[in-house]
Design a protein around this ligand. Structure first.
Ligand code: BES
Ligand code: MN
Ligand code: ZN
Length: 495
C-alpha cells in the first residue's frame, strides 16, 4: 500500500472511494461530508437519512456517485459523538473504512483531513495512517492471494499550513503501523517456521536494515555467561535457545533504555504440560516480537535515546533433557531458582535476560511478556497489565499507551507477593500459587533488575486474540502487535 498526500478538495479528487467521517451529532453537514453533500446536491444527506445512518462508531455505508464527482463512491464512516472522540476514534474509523474499501475492491482510497481539537494534524494523521495499515492487515502468507487489496491511499490536506504536519504524520504513521504489522507477522508465524534460531536470523536481518548492533548467544555462549536459567528452559527442545541482542546507539543520546522480551516460540508447558489451548502457544514470543519490531523503527523515527533490546528465545518442550519440576538452577546474577512448575517458564528465561540487560547500565528497563493467564483473568482481552517499581516510569508508559491507542492497566506490587515466591531450598521458586499470579510473576522478575527503574508489561491479555473477544476495526483475530506503538510513543516522548 502506497501513501501519498494531495491538496485537492474532496469533491474534486478522483479515486475509487472517498472516505468521509461523520460524527453522530453533526451528521453530513460539517467538513468533507458537508462539501461532498453540497457537490452532490444533497444526495449524501438524503441517502444517509434513507439508510438511517446514525454515525455509530465504525459503522459504514457506501454511496455510488455515478460520475457526479470524480470519486467513484463515498464511504461514510461513523465516528460516534464528537464530545469524547479521541485519536483512537479516528484510528478505528480509518480502519473500518479501509476494511470496507477492501471488500469493495477499491484500489485507490482518499481520506480527507479531519479536525479534532486539541489534537495536532500530525498526531491525527499518524493515528489514521496506523488505522489504515492495521485495518487492512491480513496474515495471508499461507493462503492463496486474495484480490481487492487497497494499493493506494491519498491523504487530502485541508490547507497549506497543514501540509507539513500531515506529511510528518504520514511518515510517522507509516513507520509505527509497519512496525506493528511486522510484530503481528512474527506472532502469527507457525511454530514450525519460527523457532529460536530463525527468530535470531530475522533479528539479524532487521539489524542490517535498520543500522543496529546485533549479537546472538548460542547454548555454548549462554553457558559461558552463566545463563543457566535460559538453558534449563530451552534444554528440552530439539531447537536450541538463543539470547538475541539489538542495540540502537544514536550520537548524543542522554539516556539508555533496555527493552526485554519473552520469546517463547512455543510453550507446551514442559513436563507440567498444558492441557488446553496449545494451538495458541506459538504466540508466547509476542513480547520478543514487540521488542524486535520496536527496534526496527527507532532509527527511522530518529529517536534520541540509546535503546538496548534483549530477547530470550526458547521453546518450552518435553523430552529427556527437559527441566524437571523440582530442578534448581542458578541465573546469571547468582540467584537460585527452584523450578517448581515448568509452565512458569517465562519468568525463568527473563531472569537471565533482565540480568544481562542490567549489565548495560540502563536508566530504565521495560520488559514485555505473555507471562500469565492470571493477567487475562484480571483484565479479559482488553488491557495489558503493568507493574513497576517506579511510579514515574509507570505514568509515562500509561500516557504513551493512551496516545498509541493501546490499553494498559496497572496492578500493585505488594511486598507480600514476594513471600509467596520464596523457596524453602532456593532463593526463589518460579510458581507461587494461583491468586495474584500476574503480580507474583512480576515481583519474581523484580529480583533480577538490581534495583533499577523497571516496568513489566504482562501482555498475555492483548498479544494474541484467540476469539472474537477483544477484536475491533484494527484488531483482527491472531497476533495484534501489542506494545510496539506504546514503546515507540514512550521512547519518542523524551524523559
Ligand atoms: N505463556 C503462559 C501464559 C499465557 C497463558 C499466555 C495463556 C497467553 C495465554 C505462561 O508461560 C504460563 O503458562 N503461565 C502460567 C504460570 C503459572 C504456572 C504460575 C499461568 O499463567 O498459568
Ligand atoms: Mn508457560
Ligand atoms: Zn509461556
Amino acid at each position: 500500500m502506497e501513501f501519498v498526500t494531495a491538496s485537492t478538495a474532496p469533491e474534486s479528487t478522483s479515486c475509487d472511494a472517498l472516505v468521509v467521517g461523520i460524527f453522530q451529532d453533526a451528521g453530513p453537514t460539517e467538513g468533507a461530508a458537508g462539501r461532498v453533500d453540497k457537490a452532490l446536491g444533497g444526495l449524501l444527506a438524503a441517502s444517509l437519512a434513507e439508510e438511517r445512518f446514525d454515525g455509530k462508531p465504525a459503522k459504514t455505508t457506501v454511496l455510488h456517485t455515478h460520475g457526479r464527482i470524480p470519486a467513484r463512491r463515498i464511504i461514510t464512516v461513523g465516528l460516534g459523538p464528537k464530545a469524547g472522540a479521541s485519536l483512537d476514534t479516528l484510528r478505528k474509523g480509518a480502519a473500518a473504512a479501509i476494511a470496507r474499501a477492501r471488500e469493495l475492491h477499491a484500489g485507490h482510497v482518499a481520506f480527507p483531513m479531519i479536525a479534532l481539537p486539541p489534537h495536532s494534524a500530525e498526531l491525527i494523521t499518524q493515528a489514521r495512517v496506523e488505522g489504515i495499515i492495521l485495518g487492512h492487515y491480513r496474515f495471508a502468507k499461507y493462503k492463496k492471494p486474495e484480490d481487492g487489496e487497497v494499493t493506494q491511499v491519498t491523504l487530502l490536506v485541508g490547507n497549506h499550513e497543514q501540509a507539513k504536519h500531515v506529511e510528518d504524520g504520514r511518515a510517522r504513521g507509516l513507520i509505527t503501523g509497519e512496525a506493528t504489522v511486522f510484530a503481528r507477522d512474527l506472532v502469527n508465524e507457525p511454530p514450525n517456521q519460527l523457532f529460536p534460531e530463525r527468530l535470531a536470523e530475522i533479528a539479524h536481518d532487521i539489524a542490517k536494515k535498520a543500522n543496529l548492533k546485533y549479537m546472538v548467544f548460542d547454548p555454548d555462549a549462554l553457558e559461558a555467561l552463566g545463563m543457566r536459567a535460559i538453558l534449563a528452559v530451552g534444554g528440552g527442545s530439539a531447537n536450541p535457545p538463543r539470547l538475541i541482542t539489538l542495540e540502537y546507539a544514536p550520537p548524543r543520546a542522554k539516556r539508555t533504555v533496555a527493552l526485554v522480551g519473552k520469546g517463547v516460540c512455543f510453550d507446551s508447558g514442559g513436563i507440567n504440560i498444558k492441557t488446553s489451548d496449545l494451538q495458541w502457544m506459538k504466540s508466547d514470543m509476542a513480547g520478543g516480537a514487540a521488542v524486535i519490531a520496536t527496534m526496527k523503527a527507532l532509527s527511522a523515527l530518529r529517536i534520541p535515546v540509546r535503546v538496548f533490546g534483549v530477547v530470550a528465545a526458547v521453546e518450552n518442550m518435553l523430552s529427556g533433557r527437559a527441566a524437571k519440576p523440582g530442578d534448581i538452577v542458578r541465573a546469571m546474577n547468582g540467584k537460585t531458582i527452584e523450578i517448581n512448575n515448568t509452565d512458569a517458564e517465562g519468568r525463568v528465561i527473563l531472569a537471565d535476560a533482565l540480568a544481562y540487560a542490567v549489565q548495560q547500565e540502563p536508566d530504565e528497563i521495560v520488559d514485555l511478556a505473555t507471562l500469565t493467564g492470571s493477567a487475562i483473568v484480571a483484565l479479559g482481552y482488553h488491557a495489558a497489565a503493568l507493574m513497576s517499581n517506579t511510579a514515574a516510569l509507570a505514568d509515562r508508559l500509561l500516557r504513551a499507551a493512551e496516545t498509541a491507542g493501546e490499553r494498559i492497566w496497572q496492578l500493585p506490587l505488594y511486598e507480600e507477593f514476594l513471600e509467596d515466591m520464596r523457596s524453602p531450598i532456593a532463593d526463589l521458586h518460579n510458581s507461587g500459587g494461583r491468586y495474584g499470579g500476574a503480580e507474583k510473576g512480576a515481583i519474581f522478575l523484580r529480583e533480577f533488575v538490581d534495583g533499577r527503574p523497571w516496568a513489566h508489561l504482562d501482555i498475555a491479555p492483548t498479544a494474541f486474540l484467540e476469539h472474537r473477544e477483544g477484536t475491533g476495526p484494527y484488531l483482527q483475530k491472531g497476533g495484534t502487535g501489542f506494545g510496539v506503538r506504546t514503546l515507540l510513543a514512550y521512547l519518542s516522548a523524551g524523559s
